[in-house]
Design a protein around this ligand. Structure first.
Ligand code: ATP
Length: 314
């Protein structure tokens, strides 16, 4: 009888394990994709592949719900004031050519993160359009958009799992060889050599502790595996030690090469390299140009440069 029950018990354990795995898999996608509430159009087309342009055409945006509050207060507040209060982006236009880097700078609350949210279509513009490779995002399939755009945020999210599993969220079918190659390209070769169980080493709060710079490079390795056409990057503000900082910069240079990128810039090296810098204030593009052109103009960028970027070079 035991011979009969043994396999059944094992099977039901397997079932429990699968169910647990499914639950955590769902959660992962909640975190990674920030699933937008936006529906796909019935005749949506896939975005083209390869290097793609990103274009904002007179994009204005207010967060859903914020205009309703203003309607309620319309009787008390003059309309012009209401509009100013809730409009987060106003008539933003620019074009990043395939492979170009556009840096976004501006004071806190200027709308930089919001602008990047529209690229991954977390929201649609209230007016105007966002186009990738010439296709309006409202006409693009969700799958092709998720494939085309890779997002790296300030705090790289690591799951309490192995290094290998953390990387495979980006490319489930990747071989161990591919994962190791991505780690080396992201300047994590020395870490890989040091991990007690290689790719099977658990990381996260209760696992092998990674430094801030290593976490960022792991996020870059993930990006390399995903290999998107477009990269949206929010550069970390937290200061790393100079060795780590240099390694992150090198890894980023590899990851951004040949890709169109939109970078919320906090580093001098980034704004210097950008093909175009957009200086945002109150949701508007106040100035645009290269680092040299903007410094010469002596406007808001120059002020930001003095307070935000120049001190780092000392
Ligand atoms: P920071 O440099 O501080 O990150 P930012 O330039 O990225 O700022 P955003 O985060 O895009 O600016 O915010 C622009 C404006 O939109 C702010 O006034 C902010 O309060 C508002 N905002 C941001 N997210 C939401 C949201 N989910 N709902 C409503 N308003 C929001």
């Amino acid at each position: 009888l035991a011979r009969l029950y043994g396999p059944i018990t094992t099977l039901s354990n397997v079932h429990v394990e699968i169910m647990t795995a499914l639950v955590s898999f769902d959660r992962v996608f909640e975190v990674l994709d920030l699933e937008p509430q936006i529906k796909e159009s019935p005749d949506a087309k896939p975005l083209p592949r390869g290097p793609l342009s990103v274009e904002f055409d007179r994009v204005s945006f207010r967060y859903p719900g914020t205009s309703e509050t203003s309607v309620a207060s319309l009787e008390l507040t003059p309309q012009s004031e209401v509009a100013e209060d809730t409009q987060v982006l106003s008539e933003v236009s620019f074009r990043a050519e395939p492979g170009q880097m556009v840096a976004l700078v501006g004071p806190s609350g200027a709308g930089k993160s919001t602008l990047t949210h529209l690229v991954s279509r977390l929201y649609d513009p209230s007016e105007g359009s966002v186009r990738i490779g010439g296709l309006d995002l409202r006409e693009a399939t969700g799958d092709s958009l998720r494939e085309a755009v890779g997002v790296v945020t300030q705090d790289a999210q690591l799951f309490h799992d192995t290094v290998g599993a953390n990387l495979r969220y980006a490319k489930p079918e990747a071989t161990d060889g591919e994962l190791e190659e991505a780690l080396r390209m992201a300047r994590l070769g020395p870490l890989l050599a040091q991990l007690p169980n290689g790719l099977d080493t658990m990381v996260g709060d209760r696992g092998y502790r990674l430094s801030g710079g290593e976490k960022q490079r792991l996020a870059i390795a993930r990006l390399l595996l995903k290999a998107p056409s477009i990269v949206v990057l929010d550069e970390a503000t937290a200061h790393l030690d100079s060795g780590s900082e240099a390694a992150v910069q090198e890894a980023l240079a590899v990851a951004l090469e040949g890709r169109t990128s939109l970078v919320i810039a906090h580093r001098l090296a980034t704004v210097r390299e950008a093909d175009q810098i957009l200086v945002l204030e109150d949701g508007r593009v106040l100035e645009r140009g290269t680092h040299e052109q903007l410094l010469e103009a002596g406007g808001l960028y120059t002020a930001l440069y003095r307070t935000q970027f120049a001190p780092q070079s000392r």
